[in-house]
Write a protein that binds this ligand. Structure first.
Ligand code: FE2
Length: 304
């Protein structure tokens, strides 16, 4: 693990295989249960609750004590990132770091903004939504993390996520089906594509549910430099079914540094596949097909 405080970046070895990177492209989420040590989880809760003093390991250039106090007391207590114990055990958590290195390439930009989502339970479920300013496209410039520093069983309202909902705008006409809870013991970390559909889970228990949300950032162009699997064949891999596979394949191709060349020919052509074919699908590697229309008339509100 190489951590550079001055550039606010880190680097390490990638841990995800081709199949795992593709699964993230397909699902848009994964969950690491209980990966942060208990003592750090307790300290995080105490710090967020104001029960222990701040003890920053360094102070950003020009930042005054008054600013640090204001930030700590806000709903975006980003100065927790200045605590050495938080950097070592949460931001640079080995499992998280290896995943970020796999998805975001070398020299990863560390989070600069923390959002604290505190819920006094019991509480109703929140509304399903995709976060403001999310964008739909094959690029993965950043990855979102939810850190739950206290035990967060279903009764304490962990975030509910709808896998495979990061590819297009949710129109709200129907209630999503198939949501999964980010439940787990203290130290559970959810990792998401930021465009994924989610909501605060309903809670029946009493207590304070804290969740910290923050993003890791890409600083280098994408390449297939995660753990390459000898028997992984992008020609026959499972990208998901109708209306989905083209986007998942595009996202995977972009991560592999081949996003500009990506085209599909439609129909039963690649990336569509079934178990019952005689040979691999036609259309893999074509340069004259179509680009998936991620934005559908710019449904996310960004031009081009
Ligand atoms: Fe949200």
């Amino acid at each position: 693990m190489r951590f550079d405080r001055d550039t606010w970046t880190f680097d390490c070895e990638p841990t995800m295989t081709d199949s795992q990177v593709l699964a993230f492209c397909r699902d848009g989420c994964l969950l690491l249960r209980g990966v942060v040590p208990d003592e750090i989880n307790r300290r995080t809760c105490d710090w967020l609750d104001g029960a222990i003093p701040a003890d920053p390991g360094f102070v950003p250039d020009g930042m005054t004590q008054a600013e640090m106090d204001r930030i700590r007391g806000s709903h975006e207590p980003s100065t927790i990132f200045l605590e050495d114990w938080f950097i070592e055990h949460v931001l640079l958590n080995p499992q998280v770091a290896g995943i970020m290195r796999s998805l975001l390439g070398p020299v990863i930009g560390l989070p600069i903004l923390a959002s604290l989502h505190r819920v006094e339970c019991p509480a109703e479920a929140g509304n399903w939504h995709q976060d403001l300013d999310c964008v739909f496209g094959p690029e993965l410039h950043f990855v979102e993390v939810f850190y739950f520093p206290q035990d967060t069983p279903a009764e304490l309202g962990p975030t509910e996520i709808l896998p495979r909902s990061h590819l297009a705008r949710f129109d709200g006409a129907q209630q999503p089906q198939g949501g999964v809870l980010s439940d787990g013991p203290a130290g559970t970390i959810g990792i998401h594509h930021q465009s994924i559909l989610h909501r605060r889970g309903a809670s029946a228990a009493s207590g304070s549910r804290r969740m910290l949300k923050y993003n890791y950032w890409r600083t280098s162009p994408p390449r297939r430099d995660w753990r390459v699997e000898a028997d992984f064949d992008p020609r026959t891999a499972d990208y998901g079914g109708h209306l989905v596979g083209r986007y998942v394949a595009h996202l995977f191709a972009w991560l592999a540094g081949k996003g500009d060349e990506f085209r599909v020919i439609g129909g039963q052509g690649w990336p569509w596949r079934t178990e019952n074919q005689l040979r691999p699908s036609y259309g893999f590697g074509t340069t004259s097909g179509y680009l998936p229309d991620w934005r559908k008339g710019n449904a996310d509100g960004y031009a081009r």
